[in-house]
Ligand binder design. Structure first.
Ligand SMILES: Cc1cc2nc3c(=O)[nH]c(=O)nc-3n(C[C@H](O)[C@H](O)[C@H](O)COP(=O)(O)OP(=O)(O)OC[C@H]3O[C@@H](n4cnc5c(N)ncnc54)[C@H](O)[C@@H]3O)c2cc1C
Ligand code: SF4
Length: 501
């Protein structure tokens, strides 16, 4: 008898875990353990999403005649502790698991020694070994080159060996904002009313994790494969066409805009990236969505998503300890409450607490940008992102946070820090119009904290950043600032930090 372990983010009946599965003898093992919700202070919606999706998957397997040994939320248990108990009870000849999405879990499981068989995760289009090979001998691991290789390897948006349309990248066309008139009427995304099973989990989470951040009132995430597929079709039919041009734009009270909202279904493996890419490509070939939108979307899945996983497994376990800029500030408390006078952060964190969601630019250029400029310890920033987003799983969250947004890895993910003043936020949103600060001001009463902290950041890291080639222009602008103004900025930055410490 084999014990086949299915983790909360491995809900795929076609996964390698089921290869050769013997319905007569083998047993699937699944467990809900509170330590997984407690090791970071997890958003209630993220806990509900995982537990509800696991329970629906359990019932689906049982419906297929598969024996599932399932532990509902246990008090103090850890995954490995619960698994050891199951091994003692069931005495399997082998424990089979697909590569976990977190180094910590994989490391714990490896303590089972010879009993354990780890299988490759076929969900991804690039295996850990493929990425290692890609990385071999390269000085830099830029996403763009990896992405081009993937396009060629899988023939995605390719024509006679060349990229469809002649270019690999349409980023220039994908930086639109909504202008003064705003986004107008937006196509509301499909929301899934919680089933009885999901409602049961919601009640349990309110009871067991009532003090955790976030709300459940608006929970409408897909928790089954069927719902994941519906969410994908809804996006392709109604929002993909405008995804490209508005992917970086933000607007007050509009959390979804033209985004797909499918990262959670993908990361739980309810959806397969191949079917997502195929659906987007088919929309282009049918003439339902422009090339820039489709290429921009596919780049996120075939490019970024696969690339960050490669980075994670290439550099873990040491990656999580990296802190290239020596940032040591504590994460300001308002990240957990949304109570701040800064309108952009109030909006981005507010919707995060309401839904467990913010889109990429809100994560990178609002919450991420503030903590980068403020100098928050990147590990604390990482723990916040891992806790508050429904789509957070460490392999994807950590490189995005610590690497891309905090430059904690010193330039593995990003060729330079994503540092900008409040003017970037002003250009891409309407937030500043509702704010007491002025993004053009770096000192004085109305100074925008982003703008002040941006210049302070450049001054603090001038020497180090002068070695980062693409920072030249930003550092040249710093040189033009008069010494008296610089002193006023430093004093203002200290005042801002004191306010949030
Ligand atoms: C600081 C920070 C933390 C992040 N943490 C996570 C995380 O925990 N989990 C996660 O899935 N994504 C994370 N991302 C990437 C991205 O922000 C989310 O994938 C996206 O916002 C999810 O919303 P969506 O499904 O509507 O995506 P869309 O905007 O519609 O994009 C389509 C899909 O592309 C993929 N994708 C887009 N950007 C990335 C990226 N940079 N890395 C990997 N996949 C990407 C996702 O699967 C996403 O569903 C993070 C980004 C930043 C800057
Ligand atoms: S002025 Fe500054 S703090 Fe206020 S919304 Fe704009 S960027 Fe954010």
């Amino acid at each position: 008898m084999n014990l086949v372990v299915i983790l909360g983010d491995q809900l795929d009946v076609n996964s390698a875990a089921f290869d050769g599965f013997d319905v007569q003898n083998d047993v699937v093992w699944m467990a809900e353990v509170s330590s997984e919700a407690d090791h970071v202070w997890t958003h209630k919606a993220r806990i509900v999403l995982f537990l509800a999706a696991m329970r629906h998957f359990r019932d689906e397997l049982r419906g297929r005649g598969i024996r599932v040994d399932y532990t509902e939320l246990s008090g103090t248990g850890t995954l490995i502790g619960e698994l050891r108990k199951a091994v003692k009870k069931l005495k399997p000849s082998k424990v089979i698991v697909v590569e976990p999405g977190e180094w910590r879990v994989k490391n714990d499981f490896e303590s089972l020694g010879e009993l354990l068989e780890i299988r490759e995760d076929r969900h991804f289009l690039s295996s850990v070994a493929d990425f290692r090979e890609h990385a071999e001998g390269r000085k830099q691991l830029r996403m763009e080159y990896f992405y081009r290789e993937m396009r060629k390897r899988y023939g995605v948006l390719m024509e006679k060996g060349k990229p469809v349309g002649g270019d690999w990248n349409y980023d220039e066309e994908n930086r639109g904002s909504f202008g003064k008139t705003g986004p107008g009427l937006l196509p509301a995304p499909l929301e899934f009313a919680p089933s009885a099973l999901t409602r049961e989990v919601m009640a349990l989470v309110e009871k067991r994790f009532g003090g955790h951040p976030g709300k459940l009132d608006a929970f409408g995430w897909p928790v089954t494969r069927a719902q994941g597929l519906e969410a994908l079709s809804d996006f392709v039919a109604n929002r993909l066409g405008n995804f490209g041009v508005y992917q970086d734009a933000m607007w007050t009270g509009e959390p979804w805009l033209y985004h797909s909202r499918i990262a959670c279904a993908l990361n739980l493996k309810l959806l397969n990236p191949r079917e997502v890419i195929a659906a987007a490509e088919a929309a282009y070939h049918r003439g339902d969505a422009p090339l820039a939108a489709v290429e921009g979307f596919i780049r996120q899945i075939l490019g970024w998503r696969e690339y960050v996983r490669g980075i994670y497994w290439l550099f873990m376990p040491k990656y999580v300890e990296r802190n290239a800029l020596g940032a040591t500030e504590k994460l300001p408390d308002f990240y957990w409450t949304g109570k701040t006078e800064m309108e952009c952060l109030r909006q981005a964190i507010g919707q995060t607490l309401d839904h467990g969601y913010a889109h990429h630019i809100q994560r990178l250029m609002v919450t991420g940008l503030f903590s980068l400029l403020y100098g928050v310890d990147p590990k604390q920033v990482h723990e916040w992102y891992l806790a508050v987003y429904v789509d957070a799983v460490e392999w994807v969250e950590l490189p995005n946070t610590l690497g891309m947004s905090q430059f904690g890895d010193g330039g593995i993910m990003a060729s330079k820090p994503y540092a900008a003043t409040g003017k970037y936020i002003q250009r891409m949103s309407n937030y500043c119009g509702h704010c007491q600060y002025d993004p053009a001001e770096s000192a004085g009463e109305k100074a925008c904290p982003f703008t002040t902290l941006y210049w302070d950041f450049l001054m603090r890291h001038e020497e180090r950043l002068s070695k980062v080639g693409r920072m030249d222009m930003q550092l040249r602008n710093l040189v033009r600032i008069e010494p008296a103004k610089k002193a006023a900025i430093v004093a203002k930055a200290e005042e801002i930090k004191e306010r949030y410490r």
